[in-house]
Design a protein around this ligand. Structure first.
Ligand code: NAD
Length: 453
């Protein structure tokens, strides 16, 4: 059933959300709501995902707060008309770009970082002067409930509103003509959202997932590589869109890398990781069963055990994995680390290129030529060299996928442009008027040719 959004449209059309002072006041309000609810957020994340307090604070609370601070301190600059030079064909005039809010934005978010991935697009919507509806995931129940309470009790719901529910609710919302849809989730659902958006020709941002490869070559600092790969993989128990999905390890360093990865796991989570308080569980039984199905016993060189009662799966290293293995067919989104040995980098590059374009790619090497070659030859959304996940954390870099891993970019200036209409304005002088452009053209072409050559 269609969910009515007319009142939100009405508020947007009143222009109330557009001024600098309104945007700043709403960003301040959001900041305070997050601050007041820190403990509730930590508790909800623990309930939904078994997230530790530290990870909850760093990856969700601190991340949201820093995003608000960033947009607050850059808002004036981003809202300024941007002067550009004027081409001689339209001289004399002034030319500039105005960034105007698009209108009502629908934000659809996933369960893996339920606050950060709902609130970050909301911060953008506020900063750009838009109104927004957030449709969080029905899987992260406690977080969705809290989001609903935090937002709906504090903001004018004709301005910002959380609408909770599953597929039916999303469909009810999508019957409306939104001015932008910002979707974060799986590629499969992204495709459905894009089809629905096409009905109204609504612009979309699709922040999707996929398999993000890691390449560790023979020149890499192996201990450091192991530490940074394991950290990136096991954060949120591997349920991170840009988590390193699988590792291509040069044959000459592969065994050393596996040994270092095992030492790292022990250093992080001791001998029995699934008992460790900082080691997270999988979100639900459906995902738990999906992930354990991917563990081929004969490939396990570390881990491989799990506990259905706690929904925890051991950090699991799978050696000598091939492209035909089940674990290589789809995004893992869990704590399994397949290792694919290689000898020939060309083959690795071709294999990655034969698959879907990754959201992220990680290279561990000290060879500048290899960095350059991979960046030049392989298409992917973004990446980090000699570490994992770091490119997401720099506001000066655009974040997003390409092809199957997404459409559109956000973060920093790029996010501001994503939710704005870049309106082109030419302000023409009335002081004089070049008569050559007007008919009748007889006798004018030779002068025009002189001017336009
Ligand atoms: P999902 O696609 O199943 O769900 C995302 C949202 O879509 C939820 O709000 C859900 O209610 C809604 N939804 C689900 N099925 C729908 C349907 N048939 N019609 C309309 N709406 C529907 O994704 P998820 O399982 O919540 O999240 C995991 C996925 O998200 C992974 O693939 C991961 O890589 C990706 N992800 C991407 C990013 C990114 O920034 N690129 C960030 C986090 C997660």
């Amino acid at each position: 059933m269609k969910i009515n959004i007319e009142n939100i449209k009405k508020l947007f059309n009143s222009n109330a959300t557009k001024s600098y002072s309104y945007r700043v006041a709403m960003l301040d309000k959001l900041y305070n709501i997050i601050k007041q609810n820190e403990q509730e957020i930590i508790d909800a994340l623990n309930d939904d995902l078994g997230k530790s307090e530290t990870e909850a604070y760093i990856t969700e609370i601190a991340a949201m707060k820093s995003e608000i601070k960033y947009y607050k301190s850059n808002l004036k600059k981003f809202m300024q008309p941007e002067r550009v030079s004027t081409t001689k064909t339209i001289f004399p005039a002034k030319s500039y770009i105005l960034r105007e809010p698009k209108g009502v934005v629908l934000i659809i978010s996933p369960w893996n970082y339920p606050f950060y991935l709902s609130i970050t697009p909301l911060i953008l919507a506020i900063a750009t002067g838009n109104c927004a509806i957030i449709k969080p995931s029905e899987i992260s129940k406690k977080s969705t409930l809290l989001l609903e309470k935090m937002i709906n009790e504090s903001f004018d719901n004709n301005y910002i509103k959380v609408v909770s529910g599953g597929v039916e609710t999303t469909n009810g919302l999508l019957e409306n003509r939104f001015d932008h849809i910002f979707f974060t989730g799986s590629t499969t659902v992204g495709r459905i959202i894009m089809q629905k958006a096409a009905t109204h020709l609504t612009p979309i941002t699709l922040e999707l997932g996929g398999k993000s490869p890691v390449i560790v070559d023979h020149t890499a600092d192996i201990k450091l590589a192991a530490k940074r790969i394991v950290w990136g993989k096991l954060l949120n128990a591997g349920q991170t869109c840009i988590a390193p999905d699988y590792v291509y390890a040069h044959l000459s360093i592969k065994d050393e890398l596996i040994k270092a990865m095992i030492s790292t796991i022990h250093a992080f989570y001791l001998e029995n990781p699934i008992e460790h308080i900082d080691y997270q569980r999988v979100v639900n039984e459906k995902h738990f069963n999906r992930i354990i199905e991917l563990i081929k016993k004969e490939n396990v060189v570390y881990g491989g055990n799990y506990d259905i009662n706690t929904l925890k799966i051991e950090p699991t290293i799978l050696d000598n994995v091939t492209l035909d293995d089940k674990v290589m067919q789809d995004e893992i989104f869990g704590p399994l680390m397949p290792i694919l040995p290689y000898n020939d980098l060309t083959e690795v590059i071709n294999n990655i290129k034969n698959g879907e374009k990754p959201l992220s790619l990680y290279i561990f090497t000290n060879d500048e030529a290899i960095k350059k070659r991979i960046n030049n030859e392989v298409s992917f959304g973004g990446g980090t060299i000699n570490d994992t996940l770091q490119h997401l954390l720099n506001d000066n870099l655009p974040f997003g996928g390409i092809g199957n891993s997404g459409i559109g970019k956000y973060h920093g200036r790029f996010g501001f442009d994503e939710l704005s209409n870049l309106k082109s304005i030419v302000d023409k002088s009335t002081k004089f008027d070049i008569f050559l452009r007007y008919p009748p053209y007889k006798g004018k072409l030779k002068f025009l040719k002189l001017f336009l050559k």
